[in-house]
Ligand binder design. Structure first.
Ligand SMILES: [Zn+2]
Ligand SMILES: [Zn+2]
Length: 184
């Protein structure tokens, strides 16, 4: 795999192009919690790394597909990835620039803005840590095998996409009917 760390010295007057496929190991490491099927997934990184005085800009795109379990029926679901990547690396002593609304509160909230800025260590820029974050960011909140996936039956676990199971639909229990039963 193409190297993902660059020495600031080597970036002087010379931009770097990254055009490489990400390894299955990197994908499965980043998305281990989501039970990604790395063998059926593939991500490609195209980016420019350029130095501007003491800062380094990484600007590019993460494209490809991920195979993740459907959140309703657990069958493999394919997610198309088209994730913009844009991070400015600032010197180790610089405070990371924060947006005004973030400074107002809501600390600890992970959002896209967290990836706008990162630190280099004064000598090298490491892309791997932020790349992992972008991989995580590229996963949508809902992952379904198909838009109208019917999911699994909560009683017998049958995949309702394959047809209806024999379970009786659960009747509506009103609080009043429960009370009536207690009194009887
Ligand atoms: Zn499904
Ligand atoms: Zn059932």
């Amino acid at each position: 795999m193409t190297e993902l760390s660059f020495r600031l010295k080597d970036l002087e007057n010379k931009d770097r192009h990254i055009d490489c496929a990400l390894s299955a190991t990197l994908i499965s490491d980043a998305l281990a919690d989501l039970e990604v099927d790395a063998a059926q997934s593939g991500l490609h990184l195209r980016a420019e790394v350029s130095r501007h005085n003491v800062t380094v800009l990484c600007d590019g795109k993460l494209t490809g597909k991920l195979s993740l379990p459907c959140q309703r029926c657990l069958a493999p679901a394919t997610v198309v990835v088209d994730q913009r990547m844009h991070t400015v690396f600032v010197p180790p002593t610089s405070a990371l620039a924060k947006h005004d609304d973030e400074a107002a509160g809501e600390d600890g909230v992970d959002d896209v803005d967290d990836l706008d800025y990162a630190h280099h260590n004064g000598e090298t820029v490491e892309l791997l840590p932020i790349l992992r974050e972008y991989i995580i960011l590229s996963v949508p909140i809902t992952v379904y095998c198909q838009e109208d996936c019917r999911g699994l039956c909560p009683l017998c676990g049958a995949d309702k996409n394959q047809g209806d199971c024999a379970c009786q639909p659960v009747g509506k229990l009103s609080p009043l009917s429960a009370l009536r039963d207690v009194k009887l």
